[in-house]
Design a protein around this ligand. Structure first.
Ligand SMILES: Cc1cc2nc3c(=O)[nH]c(=O)nc-3n(C[C@H](O)[C@H](O)[C@H](O)COP(=O)(O)O)c2cc1C
Length: 266
Protein backbone atom coordinates (compact mmCIF):
# COMPACT_ATOMS: atom_id res chain seq x y z
CA UNK A 1 0.00 0.00 0.00
CA UNK A 2 2.79 2.40 0.95
CA UNK A 3 5.12 1.57 -1.99
CA UNK A 4 3.20 3.34 -4.82
CA UNK A 5 2.95 6.41 -2.56
CA UNK A 6 6.70 6.44 -1.93
CA UNK A 7 7.44 6.29 -5.67
CA UNK A 8 4.88 9.06 -6.31
CA UNK A 9 6.61 11.20 -3.71
CA UNK A 10 9.97 10.48 -5.32
CA UNK A 11 8.63 11.46 -8.75
CA UNK A 12 7.14 14.60 -7.27
CA UNK A 13 10.44 15.54 -5.63
CA UNK A 14 12.32 14.87 -8.84
CA UNK A 15 9.94 17.07 -10.79
CA UNK A 16 10.16 19.86 -8.20
CA UNK A 17 13.94 19.73 -8.35
CA UNK A 18 13.90 19.69 -12.14
CA UNK A 19 11.61 22.70 -12.27
CA UNK A 20 13.81 24.53 -9.71
CA UNK A 21 16.98 23.77 -11.68
CA UNK A 22 15.42 24.75 -15.02
CA UNK A 23 13.96 27.91 -13.54
CA UNK A 24 17.26 29.00 -12.00
CA UNK A 25 19.04 28.20 -15.27
CA UNK A 26 16.54 30.27 -17.22
CA UNK A 27 16.86 33.14 -14.73
CA UNK A 28 20.64 33.10 -14.85
CA UNK A 29 20.54 33.18 -18.65
CA UNK A 30 18.20 36.19 -18.49
CA UNK A 31 20.41 38.00 -15.93
CA UNK A 32 23.64 37.23 -17.79
CA UNK A 33 22.15 38.32 -21.11
CA UNK A 34 20.87 41.53 -19.55
CA UNK A 35 24.24 42.23 -17.89
CA UNK A 36 26.17 41.69 -21.12
CA UNK A 37 23.58 43.41 -23.28
CA UNK A 38 23.39 46.45 -21.03
CA UNK A 39 27.14 46.88 -20.67
CA UNK A 40 27.57 49.11 -23.74
CA UNK A 41 24.67 51.25 -22.52
CA UNK A 42 26.20 51.52 -19.04
CA UNK A 43 29.56 52.47 -20.54
CA UNK A 44 27.92 55.08 -22.75
CA UNK A 45 26.12 56.51 -19.71
CA UNK A 46 29.36 56.64 -17.72
CA UNK A 47 31.13 58.38 -20.57
CA UNK A 48 28.28 60.85 -20.88
CA UNK A 49 28.44 61.58 -17.15
CA UNK A 50 32.18 62.28 -17.34
CA UNK A 51 31.69 64.49 -20.39
CA UNK A 52 28.92 66.41 -18.62
CA UNK A 53 31.09 66.91 -15.52
CA UNK A 54 34.06 68.11 -17.58
CA UNK A 55 31.92 70.65 -19.44
CA UNK A 56 30.19 71.69 -16.22
CA UNK A 57 33.35 72.17 -14.14
CA UNK A 58 34.88 74.12 -17.01
CA UNK A 59 31.83 76.40 -16.91
CA UNK A 60 30.90 75.81 -20.55
CA UNK A 61 28.01 73.33 -20.35
CA UNK A 62 25.05 74.42 -22.44
CA UNK A 63 22.02 72.44 -21.18
CA UNK A 64 20.23 72.96 -24.50
CA UNK A 65 22.92 71.29 -26.58
CA UNK A 66 23.75 67.61 -26.89
CA UNK A 67 26.56 66.77 -24.42
CA UNK A 68 28.54 64.52 -26.76
CA UNK A 69 28.38 67.16 -29.50
CA UNK A 70 29.55 69.97 -27.18
CA UNK A 71 32.32 67.75 -25.85
CA UNK A 72 33.47 66.89 -29.36
CA UNK A 73 33.44 70.55 -30.38
CA UNK A 74 35.08 72.13 -27.31
CA UNK A 75 37.15 69.51 -25.49
CA UNK A 76 40.44 67.94 -26.43
CA UNK A 77 41.22 64.99 -24.12
CA UNK A 78 44.98 64.45 -23.84
CA UNK A 79 46.88 61.53 -22.40
CA UNK A 80 49.54 62.62 -19.89
CA UNK A 81 52.46 60.64 -18.52
CA UNK A 82 52.45 61.69 -14.87
CA UNK A 83 56.05 60.58 -14.37
CA UNK A 84 57.41 63.03 -16.94
CA UNK A 85 54.57 65.54 -16.77
CA UNK A 86 54.35 65.46 -20.57
CA UNK A 87 51.71 64.56 -23.12
CA UNK A 88 51.98 60.98 -24.36
CA UNK A 89 50.38 59.02 -27.15
CA UNK A 90 50.82 55.48 -25.86
CA UNK A 91 47.02 55.02 -25.71
CA UNK A 92 43.93 56.53 -27.16
CA UNK A 93 42.65 58.91 -24.42
CA UNK A 94 39.07 58.09 -25.44
CA UNK A 95 39.64 54.48 -24.40
CA UNK A 96 41.61 55.17 -21.22
CA UNK A 97 39.86 53.90 -18.09
CA UNK A 98 41.25 55.56 -14.94
CA UNK A 99 39.47 53.10 -12.62
CA UNK A 100 41.11 50.16 -14.36
CA UNK A 101 44.50 51.90 -14.54
CA UNK A 102 44.66 52.47 -10.78
CA UNK A 103 44.11 48.76 -10.16
CA UNK A 104 46.49 47.56 -12.86
CA UNK A 105 50.11 47.02 -11.72
CA UNK A 106 51.25 47.66 -15.31
CA UNK A 107 49.57 51.08 -15.34
CA UNK A 108 49.99 52.30 -11.77
CA UNK A 109 52.47 52.18 -8.90
CA UNK A 110 51.97 51.76 -5.17
CA UNK A 111 52.53 54.98 -3.23
CA UNK A 112 54.77 54.78 -0.18
CA UNK A 113 52.82 56.07 2.86
CA UNK A 114 55.01 59.16 3.24
CA UNK A 115 54.07 60.23 -0.32
CA UNK A 116 50.45 59.15 -0.20
CA UNK A 117 49.00 62.41 1.08
CA UNK A 118 45.61 61.80 -0.51
CA UNK A 119 45.44 58.21 0.82
CA UNK A 120 44.84 56.72 -2.62
CA UNK A 121 47.35 53.83 -2.29
CA UNK A 122 48.33 53.77 -5.98
CA UNK A 123 49.15 56.44 -8.53
CA UNK A 124 48.42 55.93 -12.19
CA UNK A 125 51.33 56.32 -14.63
CA UNK A 126 49.06 57.88 -17.22
CA UNK A 127 45.98 59.97 -16.93
CA UNK A 128 43.70 61.92 -19.23
CA UNK A 129 43.32 65.67 -18.87
CA UNK A 130 40.90 67.84 -20.82
CA UNK A 131 41.84 70.98 -22.72
CA UNK A 132 38.67 73.01 -23.05
CA UNK A 133 38.69 75.47 -25.93
CA UNK A 134 36.52 78.43 -26.85
CA UNK A 135 34.76 78.52 -30.22
CA UNK A 136 37.88 80.08 -31.81
CA UNK A 137 40.01 77.20 -30.53
CA UNK A 138 41.79 79.22 -27.82
CA UNK A 139 42.50 77.48 -24.50
CA UNK A 140 39.79 78.38 -22.03
CA UNK A 141 40.18 75.88 -19.18
CA UNK A 142 42.28 72.88 -18.27
CA UNK A 143 40.37 70.14 -16.44
CA UNK A 144 42.36 67.75 -14.27
CA UNK A 145 41.11 64.57 -12.59
CA UNK A 146 41.66 64.47 -8.81
CA UNK A 147 40.79 62.02 -6.06
CA UNK A 148 41.43 61.61 -2.36
CA UNK A 149 40.12 59.75 0.63
CA UNK A 150 37.61 61.56 2.82
CA UNK A 151 36.16 60.03 5.96
CA UNK A 152 34.46 57.01 4.42
CA UNK A 153 35.39 56.90 0.79
CA UNK A 154 37.57 57.94 -2.10
CA UNK A 155 36.16 61.15 -3.55
CA UNK A 156 36.56 61.27 -7.35
CA UNK A 157 36.37 64.62 -9.07
CA UNK A 158 37.78 67.24 -11.39
CA UNK A 159 39.38 70.64 -10.94
CA UNK A 160 39.23 73.19 -13.73
CA UNK A 161 41.98 75.80 -14.05
CA UNK A 162 42.05 79.09 -15.88
CA UNK A 163 44.64 79.37 -18.68
CA UNK A 164 47.12 80.89 -16.17
CA UNK A 165 47.19 77.31 -14.73
CA UNK A 166 47.05 78.79 -11.25
CA UNK A 167 43.53 80.11 -10.76
CA UNK A 168 40.77 77.62 -9.94
CA UNK A 169 37.79 77.90 -12.29
CA UNK A 170 35.78 75.12 -10.65
CA UNK A 171 35.73 71.88 -8.69
CA UNK A 172 33.31 68.97 -8.89
CA UNK A 173 32.96 65.45 -7.57
CA UNK A 174 31.27 62.71 -9.58
CA UNK A 175 31.56 59.94 -7.02
CA UNK A 176 31.99 59.74 -3.26
CA UNK A 177 30.56 57.92 -0.26
CA UNK A 178 30.62 60.72 2.32
CA UNK A 179 27.56 61.29 4.52
CA UNK A 180 24.76 63.29 2.90
CA UNK A 181 24.43 66.65 4.66
CA UNK A 182 27.92 66.37 6.21
CA UNK A 183 30.87 65.30 4.05
CA UNK A 184 28.43 64.88 1.17
CA UNK A 185 28.30 68.67 0.98
CA UNK A 186 31.42 68.47 -1.22
CA UNK A 187 28.88 67.99 -4.01
CA UNK A 188 26.93 71.11 -3.05
CA UNK A 189 27.22 73.72 -5.82
CA UNK A 190 27.24 76.50 -3.19
CA UNK A 191 30.37 75.10 -1.57
CA UNK A 192 31.94 74.33 -4.95
CA UNK A 193 31.34 77.96 -5.98
CA UNK A 194 33.65 79.10 -3.14
CA UNK A 195 36.56 77.61 -5.08
CA UNK A 196 36.19 79.85 -8.11
CA UNK A 197 39.02 82.37 -8.31
CA UNK A 198 41.15 80.69 -5.62
CA UNK A 199 44.86 80.39 -6.35
CA UNK A 200 46.93 77.23 -6.19
CA UNK A 201 50.51 78.43 -6.08
CA UNK A 202 52.21 81.51 -4.79
CA UNK A 203 55.58 81.49 -6.51
CA UNK A 204 56.88 78.34 -4.82
CA UNK A 205 56.46 74.96 -6.48
CA UNK A 206 54.46 73.53 -3.54
CA UNK A 207 50.76 74.33 -3.64
CA UNK A 208 49.61 76.94 -1.16
CA UNK A 209 45.83 76.52 -1.47
CA UNK A 210 44.30 75.01 1.69
CA UNK A 211 40.88 73.99 2.93
CA UNK A 212 40.65 75.57 6.39
CA UNK A 213 38.44 74.88 9.38
CA UNK A 214 35.64 77.42 9.56
CA UNK A 215 35.17 80.44 7.36
CA UNK A 216 37.76 82.34 5.40
CA UNK A 217 37.78 85.96 6.43
CA UNK A 218 36.77 88.06 3.47
CA UNK A 219 39.44 90.51 2.40
CA UNK A 220 42.16 88.74 4.44
CA UNK A 221 45.49 88.98 2.58
CA UNK A 222 45.69 85.23 1.98
CA UNK A 223 41.95 84.68 1.29
CA UNK A 224 42.77 83.69 -2.29
CA UNK A 225 44.66 80.68 -0.93
CA UNK A 226 41.96 79.44 1.45
CA UNK A 227 38.61 77.71 1.06
CA UNK A 228 36.02 77.33 3.86
CA UNK A 229 35.94 73.85 5.39
CA UNK A 230 32.56 72.11 5.62
CA UNK A 231 30.76 72.61 8.93
CA UNK A 232 30.47 69.33 10.85
CA UNK A 233 32.66 67.56 8.31
CA UNK A 234 36.19 68.39 9.30
CA UNK A 235 37.46 64.98 8.28
CA UNK A 236 36.06 65.16 4.75
CA UNK A 237 37.38 68.73 4.46
CA UNK A 238 40.79 67.51 5.54
CA UNK A 239 40.53 64.83 2.83
CA UNK A 240 39.89 67.50 0.19
CA UNK A 241 42.78 69.56 1.58
CA UNK A 242 45.09 66.51 1.34
CA UNK A 243 43.81 65.82 -2.14
CA UNK A 244 44.84 69.31 -3.29
CA UNK A 245 48.25 69.03 -1.67
CA UNK A 246 48.84 65.68 -3.37
CA UNK A 247 47.58 66.44 -6.87
CA UNK A 248 49.27 69.82 -7.15
CA UNK A 249 52.47 68.62 -5.53
CA UNK A 250 55.43 66.70 -7.01
CA UNK A 251 53.56 63.36 -7.29
CA UNK A 252 50.63 65.03 -9.02
CA UNK A 253 50.44 67.73 -11.67
CA UNK A 254 53.29 69.98 -10.55
CA UNK A 255 55.58 68.88 -13.40
CA UNK A 256 52.82 68.86 -16.00
CA UNK A 257 51.70 72.38 -15.07
CA UNK A 258 55.28 73.68 -15.23
CA UNK A 259 55.70 72.13 -18.70
CA UNK A 260 52.35 73.47 -19.89
CA UNK A 261 53.16 76.96 -18.61
CA UNK A 262 56.40 76.88 -20.59
CA UNK A 263 54.53 75.75 -23.72
CA UNK A 264 51.86 78.41 -23.34
CA UNK A 265 54.41 81.17 -22.81
CA UNK A 266 56.63 80.03 -25.69
C1 LIG B 1 26.74 59.06 11.30
C2 LIG B 1 27.85 60.05 11.17
C3 LIG B 1 28.30 60.40 9.91
C4 LIG B 1 29.35 61.31 9.75
N1 LIG B 1 29.79 61.62 8.51
C5 LIG B 1 30.81 62.48 8.37
C6 LIG B 1 31.33 62.80 7.08
O1 LIG B 1 30.84 62.36 6.04
N2 LIG B 1 32.39 63.64 7.04
C7 LIG B 1 32.98 64.17 8.15
O2 LIG B 1 33.96 64.89 8.03
N3 LIG B 1 32.49 63.91 9.36
C8 LIG B 1 31.43 63.08 9.50
N4 LIG B 1 30.95 62.81 10.73
C9 LIG B 1 31.46 63.57 11.86
C10 LIG B 1 32.83 63.13 12.27
O3 LIG B 1 32.73 61.99 13.05
C11 LIG B 1 33.49 64.27 13.07
O4 LIG B 1 32.76 64.48 14.23
C12 LIG B 1 33.51 65.55 12.29
O5 LIG B 1 34.24 65.36 11.12
C13 LIG B 1 34.10 66.69 13.09
O6 LIG B 1 33.80 67.86 12.36
P1 LIG B 1 33.62 69.27 13.09
O7 LIG B 1 34.91 69.48 13.81
O8 LIG B 1 33.43 70.24 11.96
O9 LIG B 1 32.42 69.14 13.95
C14 LIG B 1 29.92 61.90 10.90
C15 LIG B 1 29.45 61.55 12.17
C16 LIG B 1 28.44 60.65 12.31
C17 LIG B 1 27.97 60.28 13.69
Amino acid sequence: MSEPNASKNKDGLRQTLLVAVLLSLACSVVVATAAVGLRPLQQANKQREIQTKVLEVAGVLDPDEDVAEQFRRLVEPRLVDLRSGRFADDFDPARFDLRKAVRDPALSDPLPPDQDLADIKRRERYTVIYLVKDTEGRLRRVVLPVRGYGLWSTMWGFIALEPDLNTVAGITFYEHGETPGLGGEIANPRWQALWQGKRLYNGASEPRLRVVKGRVEEGAPDAAYKVDGLAGATLTSKGVDNMIRFWFGPMGYQRLLANLREQLNA
